[in-house]
Design a protein around this ligand. Structure first.
Ligand SMILES: Nc1ncnc2c1ncn2[C@@H]1O[C@H](COP(=O)(O)OP(=O)(O)OP(=O)(O)O)[C@@H](O)[C@H]1O
Length: 300
C-alpha cells in the first residue's frame, strides 16, 4: 500500500529523514514509532505530497507520491494533531462542507460514525474538547471510506479515557472495514492495542520493522537465581539485553527467544550453577522500552 525507498529530506542543517526504507502492507495497522524529532511527520508529509523528498521514492496506492492529486486524496484519510479545522463551523456545518468534496462519501456510514463517536452536531468545533475535535476530524476523513488511513500523532494530548474510547472505535472500524492504517506516535502505549506491525524510526533512519506478534514471540523477561557466590558471568550472549543484578537475582530481556528448552540450555551454558529461572512474556510497551534502551532512542 505504501513503499518508501531511500527517503531523504533535509531542512537547512537538519537531516529530518536520512535514507528511510519501509513497507506498509495492505489491510494492516502499522504503528510508526520514534522519539520526538525522529522524522515521523516529515515522512508522513512526504508520502502525502505535502513535502518534496530530496531523494528517494515513495509509492502510495500504486503511484508516485509526488503525483498524488485530488483523485487519490479521495482514497486517503489523513488526520494530524496539527490539522487546521474551520473552528467557527458547527460539526454539522463542517460535515456539510466536506461531503461534496468526496464523490465516494457514504452518508449512511457518516451516520454510523456519528453514533459511534457520539458527537454533538450543533456545537461549534472551537467549543469541542480536543478529543471530540479529533473525532470530528477523524469522522470527516473516514466517512468517504478511504483505502488508506494516515494518522500523525492522533492521540497526543488526549486524556487516557478519551484515548481508549477513541481507540476502541478505531479498532472496531479497522476490523470491520479492513483498512490499511499508518499511524505515528512517540509512545507505543498509545497505539499498542491497534498495531499489527511496528516500525521504529530513529534519527531519520529505520531502526526496526516487525509484526507485533513476532516481537511478542521473540522477547521474554527472564529472572535467574544465581548460585551462592552470586556473580553473573561477564560475557552474556549479546541478545540478552539490559542484564541487571540485584542480590542473587539476575534480570535480563531475551531478545531472540525461541522456546523454553532453548533458553534453559543457553542459561545452563552461561550460568551452570544457577538455581532456577523464570520466564515471562512481555507487553509491547515493555518491549518498546527495552528496544528504546537498546537503540538509545533519543530526541534530536
Ligand atoms: N518545516 C521544517 N523546517 C525546519 N525543520 C524542520 C521542519 N519540519 C521538521 N523539521 C525538523 O526535522 C526533524 C524531524 O522532525 P519531524 O517533525 O519529522 O519529527 P517527528 O518524529 O514527527 O517529531 P514529533 O514526535 O516531535 O512530532 C526535527 O529536528 C525538526 O525540528
Amino acid at each position: 500500500m505504501i513503499t518508501i525507498h531511500d527517503l531523504h529530506k533535509r531542512f537547512r542543517k537538519t537531516e529530518a529523514v536520512a535514507g528511510l526504507s519501509l513497507e506498509v502492507p495492505e489491510g494492516q495497522v502499522t504503528a510508526f514509532l520514534g522519539p520526538n524529532g525522529a522524522g515521523k511527520s516529515t515522512t508522513i508529509k512526504c508520502l502525502l505530497n505535502l513535502h518534496q523528498p530530496d531523494r528517494g521514492t515513495i509509492t502510495v496506492l500504486g503511484g508516485d507520491s509526488r503525483k498524488l492529486g485530488p483523485a487519490q486524496f479521495t482514497q486517503i484519510g489523513y488526520v494530524s494533531e496539527n490539522m487546521e479545522l474551520p473552528l467557527w463551523m458547527t460539526v454539522k456545518q463542517f460535515l456539510d462542507y466536506c461531503r461534496p468534496l468526496y464523490p465516494n462519501w457514504d452518508a449512511a456510514f457518516e451516520k454510523q460514525l456519528m453514533g459511534q463517536f457520539d458527537l454533538p452536531t450543533g456545537t461549534k468545533l472551537k467549543d469541542l474538547s480536543r478529543g471530540m475535535r479529533m473525532k470530528a476530524a477523524l469522522l470527516s476523513s473516514l466517512a468517504y471510506r478511504p483505502k488508506l488511513v494516515v494518522m500523525d500523532e492522533p492521540f497526543s494530548g488526549l486524556d487516557p479515557l478519551v484515548r481508549d474510547e477513541f481507540i476502541r472505535g478505531l479498532l472496531e472500524l479497522t476490523g470491520q472495514e479492513g483498512w490499511t492504517v499508518f499511524v505515528s506516535s512517540h509512545d507505543i502505549e498509545e497505539v499498542q492495542r491497534l498495531a499489527d506491525r511496528v516500525a521504529i524510526i530513529n534519527r531519520g533512519k529505520l531502526a526496526l520493522a516487525e509484526t507485533s506478534d513476532s516481537l511478542q514471540a521473540r522477547f521474554r523477561a527472564v529472572e535467574v537465581v544465581l548460585p551462592d557466590d552470586g556473580r553473573a558471568p561477564v560475557n552474556l550472549p549479546e541478545d540478552w539485553l539490559h542484564a541487571e543484578q540485584a542480590g542473587r537475582t539476575l534480570r535480563f530481556t531475551a531478545s531472540r527467544f525461541g522456546n523454553e528448552e532453548g533458553l534453559a540450555a543457553a542459561l545452563r551454558e552461561a550460568m551452570p550453577g544457577a538455581a532456577h529461572h523464570e520466564v515471562r512474556a512481555m507487553s509491547l510497551r515493555e518491549i518498546f522500552v527495552a528496544l528504546a534502551r537498546a537503540y538509545r532512542l533519543e530526541g534530536k
